[in-house]
Design a protein around this ligand. Sequence first.
Ligand code: E4P
Length: 217
Amino acid sequence: MKLFVDSGNLEDIAGLVPLGIVDGVTTNPSLLAKAGGDPRAILKAICDTVKGPVSAEVVATDVHGMIREGRELAGIDEHIVVKVPFGKPGVQACGTLAGEGLRVNVTLVFSATQALLAAKAGATFVSPFVGRLDDIATPGMELISQIVDIYENYEFGTEVLVASVRGPVHIVEAGRLGADVCTCPPAVIEALFKHPLTDIGLAKFLSDWEEAQAAKV
Ligand code: E4P
């Protein structure tokens, strides 16, 4: 399963890349607004740092605007994946941009039928938002299970990108269901490294070693 960082913060992303576990990045207008600065320059710097797929979202809401903006975003760097919100304009723009050889991530997906339409439009990635479904008492991971089943039945090439991830349990469940990608906020990736028994075990190894060395003196 690929791991993407869900962030527009270059410093956070650059801190994770050397670990060798980051396959790509997803941004959205909220994340880039939070980062401040020039969004195009930030996207370019993220691409140079990650050298993997970097989703950049259009803010136009009509088909022609989405297509025009998608082409502009794709011109920033070869690693850019154009992100379009689900809906009739998004699905139509996805078909056009994919037909031109651009990679498209269809975002704000909350149902299996939306995911089916995104795949039919030639999306490279589909982004179901599990955390936001959980927030309204609807099991987000159940949607991932449905989409994985449907895509397998018809051998769609679209990758299931689990988005709106809130914690490690979402990642474990995504892996068990065979999702292709999880995009996670930096804090969630940090949490994947932590286990109290690892810390206790390491402290014991080191104290036993030091004790043995002191006994030799
Ligand atoms: C994914 O591409 C989205 O940017 C993101 O996962 C949304 O997450 P949120 O629900 O925490 O805002």
